[in-house]
Write a protein that binds this ligand. Sequence first.
Ligand code: ATP
Length: 262
Amino acid sequence: MNDMGEDRVIEIEGLYTRFGSHEIHQDISLSVYRGEVLTLVGGSGSGKTTLLRQMLGLETPVQGNIKIFGYSRYDCNLELLRSLRNRSGVLFQQGALFSALTVYDNIALPMRELHCLDDEMIRDLVMLKLDMVDVDPQHANKRPAELSGGMIKRVALARALALDPELLFLDEPTAGLDPGLSESFVELIQTLRQELTLTIVMVTHDLDTLAAISSRIAVLADQRLVGLGQLQEIIRIDHPFIKDFFLGERGRNALRHLVPPS
Ligand SMILES: Nc1ncnc2c1ncn2[C@@H]1O[C@H](COP(=O)(O)OP(=O)(O)OP(=O)(O)O)[C@@H](O)[C@H]1O
């Protein structure tokens, strides 16, 4: 099977996750379509990060299937898995840069792992990625400890985009940023998403970020998917988590254009 003409980038079917006797997901099914931003929300411990890690192939559910670009995560050969990995990029929480490596080497690492690019080509590509995320080349030789929180996120995004992925995973992309930095980081993601025609799966607790870039939202609660759709549809669902999350005071501020004041 290939992905020609297929507009589902990810297909999750009948997924169950358990850690010991702790049930995390029951019968989760959802698709992510090419070019959309699907945002996963849910209470603490509802299994958002676990689901993201399963899509990345870093964890395996006890039951169910996940297809990426039309290929099952669980019946492919090593070469195929590597190619699936190279077609996706990930921005982990807190950036997760290698602290011993410079900015340059952090971004160059995935390129070097391909073993087919020479040093000059890698240099040009690293500089191009830094430019894409608005980081001045003068910072290339710094280590992560010398960077501000906002800069770490940008460098981590440059690394996530190192291999020109079609699919980007963002785990709490604006966590730890103050509102101004958070807004400009979201604008950067939005611009790159359009320029690079990315498909994005994002986990966030931040309603401003969610409202700014989500095409659709998937809500995890009670081990299940209790909502899947556009924001306007989600906020009409009668579920305690949804009411609390979207229609509480913070929600009403972030979504004031959608939710009438009570
Ligand atoms: N490898 C693991 N072994 C055992 N339990 C785990 C493992 N990974 C996650 N869990 C548990 O699974 C549950 C879901 O975790 P997960 O991190 O996916 O939730 P989350 O929705 O992302 O939460 P948060 O919003 O707090 O980040 C939690 O109770 C967590 O302790």
